[in-house]
Design a protein around this ligand. Structure first.
Ligand code: ADE
Length: 441
């Protein structure tokens, strides 16, 4: 079996950690049990480009139990858990292409390996896999990474066709990926149907908010041993991730400042009790800066120049573009690794700025990503939407779809049941009241 991982010897440790995560993924477990019996994905070649974590391993096992022929590659060079990759290869016979700390060329070599599986379904976190397919589908081969391009150019005409025309559809896990896909749809170049799993309520309301909230603070503390109490933490962006991070930083005793560009979100942050101000004003005040916007250069040279000696900057958005590291490198006279996942930049003005996890997702680089309890719902959505796409392949158009409301609601019901939480149901009288306009008084 082809694979590219760090060390097969880590497989036993990975197996136990995967089992541990599985303990708090009851919804995914119930889907896996049904998949085992019904085999709804029998013979479906599925390429997944996801963070290779214990939670993702449980998703891969569920898909395989459903009959899918699965290949997994990393969706970020720093997020792979090498023991998990080893266990999936050794114990589950799933080809994995992912090594923590891989360079950019290896990262794309791994994407290439996932494409070489000639997937019928794709599963992305950040849309890197599907973007490569899009470049091929629309003939924009210059957009491909050179190693993917070289491989593509070596394919026969028949295989090139098979690569593009064999894809039934894809799913996308994260906000940034959905933004990329919607841009493709708007430009009329989206060549397959895609489901935006991120847009399910059982995904973003929990994973983005509580998952990113807790795991980001976890990553920062593991990397630095930073004391939150009494510190000034600047959260850039007040989407679901930003809301989560701000809540947890405040809960740990920090004075939280929020920066935003959207007036509604800024207003919400203000009424949630945070100080809201432009990043340029926050720059000299903050002890710790966390970007969660999905956009580039949110922390740029003018902001870095104004920061205090010892300021810590990190990112929990999908790509490593939110902090302008190129500019920081130019401003620095010295750079050294001072702890794992902490780099010290000494500027020409003598001040030091500490960057965590090379500006990549700090929650996955320096910690273990979101807890399994929330990934349970995200990955239940992924598994059910893979089944849905395969079942409905004939009638899906080349569009970005949401998760059907009934599936979203069913996942919420299953999660509540697993937590032992019961809720009320409407009486017939109440239902009637809600559907009629004559009973208003
Ligand atoms: N994204 C954020 N946290 C994650 C996790 N634990 N597993 C997979 N993807 C993630």
């Amino acid at each position: 079996m082809k694979c590219d991982i760090r060390d097969l010897g880590l497989a036993e440790q990975g197996k136990l950690r995967i089992e541990w995560a599985g303990n708090t993924m009851p919804v995914l477990r119930s889907i896996r049990q049904r998949f085992e019996k019904e085999k709804p994905l029998k013979g479906v070649r599925l390429s997944a480009c996801l963070h290779v974590t214990t939670e993702t391993a449980n998703l891969m096992k569920a898909l395989k139990a459903g009959g899918a022929d699965v290949v997994l590659c990393a969706s970020n060079p720093l997020s792979t858990q090498d023991d998990v990759a080893a266990s999936l290869v050794k114990h589950d016979r799933i080809p994995v292409f992912a090594i923590k700390g891989e360079d950019n060329a290896t990262y794309y070599e791994h994407i290439r390996a996932a494409l070489a599986h000639f997937p019928m379904l794709t599963m992305d976190d950040g849309a890197d896999l599907v973007s490569s397919l899009q470049f091929i589908a629309v003939g924009k081969l210059d957009g491909l990474h050179p190693s993917v391009r070289k491989w593509h150019d070596s394919l026969s005409e028949r295989d090139r066709k098979r690569l593009v025309e064999g894809v039934i559809g894809g799913t996308e896990e994260t906000t940034t990926g959905v933004i990329r896909l919607k841009a493709m749809e708007k430009d009329g170049v989206l060549s397959i149907p895609v489901v935006a799993v991120n847009d399910a309520q059982t995904k973003h309301l929990f994973d983005n908010r509580y998952g990113t909230g807790q795991s980001t603070i976890d990553g920062i503390i593991r990397a630095t041993n930073f004391l939150m109490a009494g510190s000034t933490v600047v959260v850039c962006g007040y989407g679901w991730c930003g809301r989560g991070v701000a809540t947890r930083a405040r809960g740990a005793g920090a004075n939280v400042i929020v920066t935003e560009v959207d007036p509604l979100r800024a207003l919400e942050a203000t009424m949630d009790g945070y100080r809201v101000m432009p990043i340029l004003d926050a720059a000299p005040i903050g002890d710790l800066f966390i970007t969660v916007t999905g956009d580039m250069h949110v922390i740029d040279a003018p902001h870095l120049r104004k920061m205090k000696d010892g300021a810590i900057v990190c990112n929990s958005g999908h790509f490593d573009v939110e902090i302008n590291l190129k500019a920081l490198k130019k401003m620095a006279k010295k750079v050294r690794a001072i702890r794992p996942f902490v780099e010290e930049y000494t500027l020409k003005n003598g001040r030091r700025i500490f960057v965590l996890g090379e500006g990549r997702l700090v929650n996955l680089a320096a910690a273990e990503g979101h807890p399994a309890c929330v990934m349970d719902m995200s990955f239940a959505n992924q598994a059910l939407m893979a089944e849905y796409m395969y079942r409905n392949a004939a009638r899906l158009e080349k569009k970005v779809y949401g998760v059907p409301r009934e599936i979203d609601a069913e996942i919420a019901r299953l999660k509540l049941a697993s937590m032992g939480v019961a809720i009320d149901t409407l009486t017939r009288e109440q239902k009637k009241y809600l559907t009629s306009w004559e009973m208003g008084t």
